[in-house]
Design a protein around this ligand. Structure first.
Ligand SMILES: [Zn+2]
Length: 112
């Protein structure tokens, strides 16, 4: 297994996630006065829904970043490619598709 290549892949993916997370959280907000003045009631609702969607997206990005962190830690502690759930090797095809996978398919499905 080419550890340096995997590390590079993981670090690049982590950077992407951090950038995306940064974009999500620095959305410019209207001043409160502009929202309540001269707008229909529906606008506030749409905004609230968008905020929830952003939070959910941010939470999912954060979870992914945590997974990449865990994969990097596993690389360092030489348990990379071993499932965190059952201790069995993670199939190579899964690691090829998802180098940041820290659980095998069965454990990942059980977690959901
Ligand atoms: Zn497992």
């Amino acid at each position: 297994m080419d550890e340096a290549r995997i590390r590079k892949l993981l670090e690049a993916h982590r950077r992407e996630l951090a950038e995306e997370l940064g974009r999500l959280t620095e959305v410019p907000r209207d001043p409160p006065a502009a929202v309540s003045f001269g707008k229909r009631i529906g606008d506030g609702t749409t905004e609230a829904v968008e905020r929830i969607a952003t939070t959910a997206a941010a939470r999912s990005l954060w979870a992914k970043a945590q997974e990449v962190d865990r994969a990097l830690a596993k690389l360092a502690e030489r348990t990379y490619g071993i499932c965190d759930g059952c201790g069995k090797p993670i199939p190579h095809a899964r690691l090829e598709a998802m180098p940041w996978a820290v659980l095998c398919v069965a454990c990942s499905a059980a977690k959901r």
